[in-house]
Design a protein around this ligand. Structure first.
Ligand code: SAM
Ligand code: SF4
Ligand code: SF4
Length: 361
């Protein structure tokens, strides 16, 4: 038996002692087995989506992490390989915008060489995908998810906050599919009064292409986006609106912990998904951990505090010490923020939640 760190640490940061022999597939206090890791490779982004990085806050004076603070590729690979010992099945690279990190395909190649069996995916705003898709595929990336909130050019420009032309994102989606990174998942955050008018057009546009649009309920992540419950379009309403296009029937989840609820068009023209984080939380199946660009581990998208792994990485800790620490963090986990929020929508707790751009969704 070895001890990861004393408990409790830093408010909601709790870590537990671990027995290494039992910790190669750790289970948390609510019975959830670790399986998925999201790694944010940068806190920077070339977009300013108002629901994530509103430009009034993330303006020219905003201080992003200095280069020395963010994990090197070697450090990321080392941490991910330790998660590999803990039962990692799916790895997703995210950000900020992951494609603004220099040499991203090199990182993908290093990860692929170290962990040949795992599924490696990327979430991107698509702005640089047309130029990078082939390199990413050659480096060993399996799949890509592209965020695109509308197929209406004006709504898109408004929702990316920097007037970025949506055709270039569409080119990126095509390039990803052509490079073998498909079927491409397309994430659209739905905000009432902003882009909800376009959900039917969006679904129509991608029907029959093999790409899968997933409509995401606008979430109260971070503290800067001014989230209001009345701006959330419930997934139930999204499905009702889409069912006017063509019949829809539910599809079984492909694996434990799949966050999107899947539906297929009854005429066989493909699938769509809805992510019901607000109206039907799925904390009970949450098998996911998140690593921020500066090496803090978060066990919930809505956590206030992360567990600093970087200090340990940079002070000569052994792989076994890191393994035990991470396993201890997982077994002590009892996060279920969205379930708690759903239970108290009239009186939401005011928490200093981490920003989405910091841990990558
Ligand atoms: N920059 C990349 C992108 O946009 O795909 C990766 C990082 S982004 C934080 C990851 C995902 O989080 C995106 O699909 C984005 O739409 C989603 N997201 C950001 N803020 C959100 C919010 N307030 N509610 C729901 N989804 C959000
Ligand atoms: Fe950037 Fe992605 Fe956040 Fe938009 S959602 S601001 S693209 S990190
Ligand atoms: Fe997982 Fe936290 Fe989201 Fe619940 S609120 S599904 S525990 S990340």
């Amino acid at each position: 038996m070895s001890r990861a760190r004393d408990v409790p640490v830093d408010g909601n940061v709790i870590e537990a002692p671990v027995d290494r022999a039992m910790m190669d597939a750790p289970v948390d206090r609510l019975g959830r087995r670790f399986a998925d890791l999201r790694v944010s490779v940068t806190d920077r982004c070339n977009f300013r989506c108002p629901y994530c990085m509103p430009k009034e806050i993330f303006g020219p004076g905003y201080e992003f992490l200095p280069r020395s603070a963010i994990l090197s590729f070697e450090e990321i690979v080392r941490v991910v390989s330790i998660f590999g010992r803990l039962g990692l099945r799916k790895l997703r690279l995210t950000g900020g915008e992951p494609t603004v990190r220099a040499e991203l395909p090199t990182l993908v190649r290093m990860l692929r060489e170290t962990l040949p069996e795992i599924d490696i995916a990327l979430t991107t705003n698509g702005s640089r995908l047309a130029a990078m898709a082939e390199d990413l595929n050659a480096a060993g990336l399996d799949r890509v998810t592209v965020s695109l909130d509308s197929i209406d050019p004006e709504i898109c420009r408004e929702m990316n906050g920097v007037d970025f032309p949506h055709e270039r994102v569409l080119e990126g989606i095509d390039a990803a599919a052509a490079a073998g990174l498909g079927p491409v998942k397309i994430n659209a955050v739905v905000k009432r009064g902003v882009n909800d008018v376009g959900i039917v057009d969006m679904a129509r546009h991608f029907r029959g292409t093999g790409h899968i649009v997933r409509f995401i309920e606008y979430m109260d992540v971070g503290t800067t986006n001014g989230w209001r419950l009345d701006e959330v379009v419930p997934a139930r309403e999204i499905i009702e609106r889409l069912a006017q296009v063509e019949g829809l029937e539910p599809v079984e989840a492909a694996y434990e912990g799949e966050v999107a609820k899947r539906w297929r068009w009854t005429d066989g023209s493909g699938e769509i998904g809805v992510i019901t984080s607000v109206t039907e939380p799925f904390c009970g199946d949450c098998t996911r951990a998140r690593l921020s660009a500066e090496g803090s581990l978060y066990t919930c998208l809505f956590a206030s505090v992360g567990h600093d792994l970087r200090a340990q990485l940079r002070s000569g800790a052994s792989d076994d010490e890191l393994h035990d620490r991470i396993a201890g963090i997982w077994v002590a986990r009892e996060d279920r923020y969205s379930e708690l929020r759903a239970a108290m929508t009239d009186d939401l707790p005011v928490l200093d939640r981490v920003e989405m751009s910091h841990i990558g969704g």
